[in-house]
Write a protein that binds this ligand. Sequence first.
Ligand code: PA5
Length: 437
Amino acid sequence: MKNINIDLKNAGISDKEIAEYKKQVAKIHEELHERVDDENDFVGWLNLPSNYDKKEFDRIKKAAKKIKKESDVLLVIGIGGSYLGARAVIESLTNTFYNLLPNKQRKFPQILYAGNNLSPNYLNDLIHYIGDKDFSVNVISKSGTTTEPGIAFRVFREILENKYGIEEARSRIYVTTDKEKGALKTLSDSEGYERFVIPDNIGGRYSVLTAVGLLPIATAGIDIDKLMEGARIAQERYNDSDLKYNDCYRYAVARNILHKSNRNIEILANYEPKLHYFTEWWKQLFGESEGKENKGIFPAGVDLTTDLHSMGQYIQEGRRELFETVISVKNTDSQVTINVDEDNLDGLNYLVGKDLDFINKKAMEGTIKAHVDGDVPNIKIEIDTLNEECIGEMIYFFEKACAVSGMILGVNPFNQPGVEKYKTNMFKLLKKPGYEK
Ligand code: PA5
């Protein structure tokens, strides 16, 4: 069964235009797959779903169980690629109000996030919220030196130590970092924290299917075997070097064709609020991979129909440099049927007996048509259902599409030199040793 379908009929692109990329894509495919075994390269994510450390995978499951037993809250400390993937999967696959559910209903620890900003309000509100709840910390940083998670970890480590004593605090701290270097690695060695590895050849934004994402995801009660299985299916499915038979490559090519005709902004639109953080993850993946050397499509995101009442006007009639990629979820188990109201003051009786998902889909169809008529080309990506397999498959689909798209564009999709610029300025202003001048 195919879990992801891509529909380009409203993209305003012909099969002939796509076919023109056949040779280039086949060459990129070959290059990418040749690079996969190079430990010093950043293509380790490519075979990860079929080639991951099974022992570490089991350790992740055990750690998740231990956290569940000991804690009401898992605090995930990380930023960018070190947290967005976990949050994307957790919010896609758990109850929309997961963290608000009483413990008995939720059954797994609340998942909260820190170290992804420098706001004292956020940190103090979080400290206040955690209060006397039992909690554990998963600090995630490949470099081990990133300022935002570093500060948050310093604060929460002290809180843990004051609350539980040094020994017990140690057993509540889980570190996910580089296998041999960095401050977190050194600290976890000296303190004896349980440690998980971010493989050398996998960059932050491609790391959700490593311990970076898997420990928080497993702690939220999500089946990580199924998630990996979905990704493995995608690894197989999107392994055809022939663009004609590879939807992942067709998506990569379609966005490049659109970009060439001055479509500089891609809006990822969902009609399911659970996918909000999936969009955030996607934005980082494409933004950090392609936005360099004055090139790249700007990745934006909207939650619909919510944002039709805020961004809809711009999409419909603003500057015509947009294209829209809609993620549509085909099947849902959740039903809300519209009941009759005698007075019909809201005029909604014409919907009586209809299911809300049906209405949502009609809103989507109507919106796609309106946007296409308004000169916003559309790519539709339909997934079967919101479950572990589909999300795993979608993660791999976008990771590979992003790598191929960046290579078509002529940039290195695996580095992020620009991210350092703000850090240097900030360090100078903060007078970090070594940055005084
Ligand atoms: O994708 C990336 O490489 C970045 O977003 C990093 O994940 C982010 O900057 C956090 O870095 P680190 O994991 O070293 O703390």
